[in-house]
Design a protein around this ligand. Sequence first.
Ligand SMILES: O=C(O)CC1=CCC(=O)O1
Length: 93
Amino acid sequence: MLFHVRMDVRLPSDMGPSVRADIVAREKAYSQKLQREGKWPHLWRIVGEYSNISIFDVESNDELHELLSGLPLFPYMDIRVMALATHPSKVQD
Ligand SMILES: O=C(O)CC1=CCC(=O)O1
């Protein structure tokens, strides 16, 4: 199942630089593991924003929720999810 996910990062302004660097490093490692496993095939920065657009390829809503809630930045992000279905006009590969 494919999901379009938008993540807007909202780090507190009083978060210390070392705490921030640690959480961002853990986020990168976590996301790169999922990318290598094929569960996170697209990760794009939105120009001019501390936000991303991602595509997840997972088995279920529950799996997506588990992966998203495991993000180190999860407590500091607004996340919007759109479930994707096949478009009837899409040319088949
Ligand atoms: O910087 C972001 O958009 C948040 C994020 C998601 C995966 C990652 O490595 O950073």
